[in-house]
Ligand binder design. Structure first.
Ligand code: SF4
Ligand code: SF4
Length: 443
């Protein structure tokens, strides 16, 4: 009877190769990547899976994928690449299934291990291979040769922060410790804000300066490795992890702030796990760092136009990497509450049960800006599925009658904005930071 979990396994049967039984419920399986053995095929995870809701394919929800894993482990089926590859990659790693799993399987860890194993035996989608090569060679997934800080020419606040960073590293490397002017805060901009969504890097820099923070940006920052890690190419992230960690440690800052939820969760969760040690500095997403600073400095924020009587109505989309991964549900809502003239109307699916925007798990990256013909790619079906997923999330937001759907993740913004444009939706999608940059900070 030891280690049994309270699970009702006598409910409606779900077609599967393995009936629920006591063995399935027993701990310990010490390796979370082997957690698929504990799946009781209850099927609770099926209705929450947005991919399954778009494809109705039994291989596309967590329980179905667990069945495949069990069958592979028992050598009952062969690793048929054509049959299984879609199931491996047609998952956003959003973690919604883990929220409802009664035996508490860490589904995301299991699926990431599945991807890693699949890639080891040669299943590497062409797009992922191209992206991997780009990151290995250029240290960004966009094949960009130039600096990720080109946008500072249009942003004096960013320019000053980059210059402070350049100066700091020069002082440190001069060998004269007395010349070093220590800095407390670094802004890790990430590849997407640096190369594609520069509006976010600009807005973040403006806000940090408005808060009176002498932050730096690190000229030698490289891709955080998130996309590689999520898509099963974890072994190739090691160099990036060491580079970025060493760089931040060398800078001597105590706080690193992020506008990208993907970079944030990767540094917070994966870096210490892979390095097997504490990082030694604090990590904050801006939506939690800004309320902290506003309170510390006794500041309020007001908008030139929006007031309590004439509010901007917004609805908030919880990004998976900030919400389910980092459990930051209240912080962005607290920031919205601090912004005068913002009225938050909640959607039906929020916080732990928020729907994914459809861009996670490297799925969107597979169809991004990387060159190459994917018309006949085996993952074409996934693209159609992603379009459906993001449209569903937009419809839910439109039902709230909001003016804007706001979020705190550049991938959510891009994917949802694209859907909004394609559907000619009345609703616009923005990052909270972009709205906040137009506010005045006062005592
Ligand atoms: S992680 Fe998300 S997309 Fe993947 S199986 Fe679970 S609910 Fe579905
Ligand atoms: S909810 Fe958990 S136990 Fe039930 S089918 Fe899904 S993964 Fe298996």
């Amino acid at each position: 009877m030891k280690n049994d979990k309270k699970v009702n396994t006598s409910g409606p049967t779900v077609s599967g190769m393995f009936s629920p039984n006591r063995d399935n419920l027993l701990d310990p399986i010490t390796d979370t990547a082997m957690d698929f053995e504990r799946c009781v095929q209850c099927g609770y995870c099926r209705s929450v899976c947005r991919v399954y809701n778009a494809t109705y394919n039994e291989m596309d929800y967590a329980g179905g994928r667990m069945r495949i894993l069990k069958s592979l482990a028992r050598k009952e089926i062969k690793f048929d690449k054509d049959g299984i590859i879609d199931s491996i990659f047609r998952c956003m790693l959003c973690g919604n299934c883990a929220e409802v799993c009664p035996v508490e399987i860490d589904t995301v860890a299991v699926f990431q291990k599945f991807r890693k194993d699949a890639i080891k035996i040669g299943v590497l989608p062409k797009r992922l291979g191209q992206m991997n090569d780009a990151i290995m060679e250029k240290k960004n997934p966009f094949m960009e040769d130039e600096s990720r800080f080109r946008w500072v020419k249009d942003c004096p606040e960013g320019k000053r922060a980059l210059e402070r960073g350049e100066e700091l590293f020069k002082q440190i490397r001069s060998g004269d410790p007395s010349s070093v002017v220590p800095r407390k805060v670094a802004y890790f901009i990430g590849c997407t804000a640096g190369y594609r969504n520069t509006e976010l890097a600009i807005a973040s820099s403006k806000i940090l300066e408005k808060l009176g923070i002498d932050f730096i940006m690190m000229p030698e920052e490289q891709c955080c490795g998130s996309v590689l890690y999520r898509t099963g190419l974890e072994d190739n992230t090691i160099g990036l992890i060491h580079h970025n960690t060493d760089l931040i440690r060398e800078s001597g800052v105590t706080d690193v702030v992020f506008s990208c939820s993907g970079c944030y969760s990767t540094l917070a969760l994966e870096y210490p796990r892979i390095l097997k040690e504490e990082l030694g500095f604090n990590l904050y997403h801006l939506v939690e760092y800004i309320p902290m600073m506003l309170k510390e400095k006794g500041l309020k924020v007001k908008h030139p136009k929006y007031t309590k009587e004439n509010p901007l109505v917004v609805t908030y989309h919880d990004p998976c990497h900030l919400g389910r991964y980092m459990k930051k549900y209240d912080e962005p809502r607290e920031l919205l509450a601090m912004m005068e003239g913002i009225k938050l109307v909640e959607m039906k699916h929020i916080k732990e049960m928020s729907h994914c925007c459809g861009a996670g798990g490297g799925v969107k990256a597979l169809y991004g800006d990387i060159a190459g013909d994917i018309a006949r790619d085996r993952l074409d079906e996934t693209q159609r599925c992603v379009i459906q997923l993001r449209s569903d999330r937009m419809k839910e937001a439109e039902e709230t009658d909001a003016d804007y759907m706001v979020s705190a993740c550049v991938f959510c913004k891009n994917n949802l904005s694209q859907a909004a444009k394609e559907d000619e939706a009345a609703l616009e999608v923005m990052d909270i930071i972009e709205i906040l940059q137009h506010y005045t900070f006062y005592k």
